[in-house]
Design a protein around this ligand. Structure first.
Ligand code: AMP
Length: 303
């Protein structure tokens, strides 16, 4: 695995691959890698000839300075994990490489970004995400880019951007990888104290309580959300938002007639966590989705 920091180096490293007609997969991350990120490398490894992982803590998408400062960073550990899990190229640009002096352009998806995370974190958050993702796509020019369902709204927004701007890339989405107690893996989990870590189980508990209610035949969003709120309250955690929404438009649904997205965000201590699951009226209790997923084996290929 090679590590590159500049866009010209990245393009030079990928030029022979592109000339040979081989496929390039990109896994954009902010580092502090965990199994969720590594499962996306695994998917890319299976589907692409060359796998690029980018590691960039994007200041533009942080709405709180303290969150940016606290964001965990360990480049050596990340490089080791990326190599061991089959990445061919690690792209670690400096902030000035991504946002050089005079930088004045942004990409913004309207409407979808006003809700959920956008409503809580402000318009700058998704503007930061879409701007950096479009830049990473232009820098790398992958055939396929990989994102996690854990950030469900991000996936919807990025798909919209790719469609609207005719970006020549396919978007693939990996299922949420969870800790044994159901907590979605997140780089921010390391910031939780032991007691906060225990309370963080409120989020998967909310998803499971909602899923159980749906499995028992409940179709009213109000009732399903009520069950989820009650489950969270048992952990002493209050949701920033807890919404049952259409998975494409992100508009609230009042009755579960087709699969809907249950999205939750909450602060546990000072750490903000998000999670989601798809609730389907066809799913019964013993098929509930909030469980750990497994990572598939992959093969190596070099740049
Ligand atoms: P981040 O480094 O948090 O920006 O995440 C990089 C990518 O990994 C994003 O596409 C996330 O949605 C994805 N990701 C983060 N956590 C998980 C998880 N627990 N399971 C699967 N994908 C994840």
């Amino acid at each position: 695995m090679r590590t590159v920091r500049g866009v010209p180096e990245l393009r030079d490293a990928l030029a022979p691959t592109r000339r040979s007609g081989l496929t390039i997969g990109l896994v954009p991350t902010m580092g502090a890698l965990h199994q969720g990120h590594l499962s996306l490398i695994g998917m890319a490894r299976e589907q692409c000839d060359v796998v690029v992982m980018s590691l960039f803590v994007n200041p533009a998408q942080f709405n709180e300075r303290a969150d940016l400062d606290a964001y965990p960073r360990d480049e050596r550990r990340d490089a080791k994990l990326a190599r061991e899990n089959g990445a061919d190229l690690l792209f670690i640009p400096a902030v000035e490489e991504v946002y050089p002096g005079g930088f004045a352009t942004s990409v913004e998806v309207l409407g979808l970004t006003d809700k959920l995370e956008g409503a809580v974190r402000g318009a700058a958050h998704f503007r930061g995400v879409t701007t950096v993702v479009s830049k990473l796509l232009n820098m790398t020019m992958p055939d396929i880019a990989y994102f996690g369902q854990k950030d469900a709204q991000q996936v919807v927004v990025i798909r919209r951007m790719v469609t609207d701007l005719n970006l020549p890339v396919r978007i693939e989405v990996g299922t949420t990888v969870r800790e044994p107690d159901g907590l979605a893996m997140s780089s921010r989990n390391v910031l939780l104290s032991p007691s906060e870590r225990a309370r963080a189980a409120a989020l998967p508990a909310a998803l499971n309580a909602a899923s159980d209610r749906v499995g028992a035949g409940e179709r009213s969003a109000r009732e399903v959300l009520e069950a989820a709120h009650t489950a969270m309250a048992r952990f002493g955690v209050t949701a920033d938002y807890l919404e049952l929404i259409d998975p494409e438009t992100l508009e609230p649904v009042s009755t579960l007639e087709r699969p809907a997205l249950l999205a939750v965000a909450a602060r546990v201590g000072t750490t903000r966590l998000i999670d989601n699951t798809i609730l389907s009226p066809a799913v019964t209790t013993n098929q509930r989705p909030a469980v750990k997923s497994t990572r598939k084996a992959s093969t190596r290929c070099s740049v």
